[in-house]
Design a protein around this ligand. Structure first.
Ligand SMILES: Cc1cc2nc3c(=O)[nH]c(=O)nc-3n(C[C@H](O)[C@H](O)[C@H](O)COP(=O)(O)OP(=O)(O)OC[C@H]3O[C@@H](n4cnc5c(N)ncnc54)[C@H](O)[C@@H]3O)c2cc1C
Length: 457
């Protein structure tokens, strides 16, 4: 419990109804989609930037940790209040402030769910490209704090590429605004790239102006299966190497395909060792030409089965299969760890082989799901964290996977971030001076170290 004086100050800012500190109320803010849990002391639901500012002024006066929270879907423990303190939950700051397709932007509060941004743009035939698998639940604040990606980021880029402007409250309570509504803006330091991906350790996002895109005329979707993973991965490098950048190239291995089929009965090829869900978009004629080229490339790489979606329903069915992968895999054991190492695209086949070899060495099941076109792989290991021996093996497997990725010129995360899960492994990909430099930035921006403490800095 916070001291009564502090509690009263906070309640004075937001009122009793938006301040929770009873165990049964705060328990569900102790976890996210990673496997660590930690209870906050209180959970507060601000409605305005002014309230956020006042809460941070109080927190910094009493040196109380503050962890921002969107939907709690972080896969690396980024939203876990590991040093307790206050969780600032943004579910009540969920307004779309302005939709302006003529100037190609949308202005939102941080608690707006990604899918609601898409819905707001649909009538204008515009869309917001970043599409994390969690888009139906995760928030724009969380997406920005994690620099979220998603399947179509292969062609369209990640969250950072769509931030035009932001409002951020610093740990002191000061409110800063940077960027603008302009598509081009090089005025001063690019502060959006400092806060985007900072996992709530530098400031609290209270508003964002995001760039939006006109919807392409058409999209074509293809599901291809292969009888070995090398051919699957080689098809990816062949397609990209020929100059075609699809919207998405999603790779699933046999274990993942079968887990989906067990759960959803979609008629997927159970014998396939690897599969690719490929989507392209653009004007109709160009799409047809590109699709023919892609079909030729996958055939050259020994494709066994090629299925082109003939209707929107068929397309949705293929994407449902892909999107359900994490959920169905998570059902295989009480817990699941999903990682997201990234390697240069040409190294995808080697990395997949390494992942499977490492997991086999420890006798663990691993499913591989990848945004293969940008080298971003999600090895998923279902296990039981209460079984200490098995859990030790899971940790050993991931440590070796991270080392293998680093050895191939890859990195620790393509989109899920570092959070608690990967903080110990930063030295695999960054030297000490670089890590010290990040710490200096943290100290300069948040001198009392109250913002999301205990994470990668
Ligand atoms: C099934 C599933 C699929 C996923 N697929 C993808 C994917 O395809 N691509 C991808 O990139 N990620 C994916 N993720 C991970 C996760 O959804 C993203 O990291 C997402 O951006 C988190 O958003 P959130 O609203 O849940 O944020 P939270 O998990 O609540 O918070 C994440 C981080 O953001 C900080 N934060 C939240 N709001 C604010 C704010 N207003 N100001 C400052 N900091 C804030 C938190 O402190 C924390 O550090 C997936 C997760 C799941 C469970």
């Amino acid at each position: 419990m916070l001291e009564i004086q502090v509690k009263n100050e906070l309640i004075k800012i937001v009122g009793k109804d938006r301040y929770l500190d009873q165990l049964e109320e705060i328990s569900c803010y102790a976890y996210d989609a990673f496997v660590v849990e930690a209870l906050p002391i209180a959970v507060i639901f601000p409605e305005t930037t002014k309230e956020v500012s006042k809460i941070l002024q109080t927190a910094s006066r009493y040196k109380i940790p503050v962890t921002g929270r969107g939907a709690g879907t972080s896969l690396c423990g980024a939203s876990i209040p590991i040093r307790q303190g206050i969780v600032l939950c943004f579910s009540k700051m969920d307004k779309i402030i302005d939709v302006n397709t003529r100037d190609r932007h949308i202005i939102v509060q941080p608690g707006v769910i990604n899918a609601d941004v898409q819905k707001a743009l649909l009538p204008f035939k515009f869309f917001y490209p970043p599409d994390p698998g969690s888009m139906n639940t995760s928030t724009i604040g969380g997406n920005i704090a994690m620099n979220a990606g998603g399947p179509r980021c292969l062609k369209y880029g990640v969250t950072m590429d769509y931030i035009l402007g932001m409002e951020v409250v610093l740990s002191s309570g000061k409110v800063i605004r940077f960027g603008s509504k302009n598509i081009k803006d090089v005025t001063g330091y690019k502060l959006s790239s400092l806060f985007c991906g900072s996992e709530g350790t530098l400031g609290i996002i209270t508003e964002a102006t995001l760039k939006v895109m006109p919807m392409p005329e058409t999209a074509k979707t293809l599901m291809v299966t292969f009888d070995n993973l090398d051919n699957t991965a080689n098809a990816v490098t062949d397609i990209i190497g020929s100059g075609i950048i699809p919207v998405a190239m999603e790779l699933m291995d046999k274990l993942t395909l079968n887990a989906i089929e067990d759960s959803a009965n979609l008629g997927l090829d159970r014998e396939a060792e690897g599969s690719l869900l490929i989507e392209i978009d653009g004007v109709k004629e160009a799409c047809e030409k590109e699709m023919n080229n892609i079909i030729e490339k996958v055939k050259n790489n020994g494709a066994v089965h090629i299925q082109e979606a003939k209707s929107e329903l068929e397309r949705e069915k293929l994407w449902t299969a892909r999107r359900s992968a994490y959920g169905v895999f998570a059902k295989l054991a009480p817990d699941i760890v999903t990682e997201d190492v990234t390697v240069p695209v040409s190294k995808v086949p080697i990395m997949i082989r390494q992942i499977i070899k490492i997991a086999n060495k420890y006798g663990l099941k691993v499913g591989v799901l990848a945004h293969a076109g940008d080298g971003n792989m999600h090895p998923m290991i279902p296990a039981n964290k209460e079984d200490k021996e098995e859990w030790g093996k899971v940790e050993a497997v991931f440590s070796e996977i991270f080392q293998a990725a680093a050895g191939l010129g890859g990195t620790l995360s393509g989109e899920h971030g570092i959070g608690l899960a990967k903080a110990p492994y930063l030295p695999f990909v960054m030297n000490k001076d670089t890590i010290d430099f990040m710490k200096k930035i943290k100290q300069a921006v948040d001198p009392d170290l109250i913002l999301n403490p205990g994470k990668f800095v």
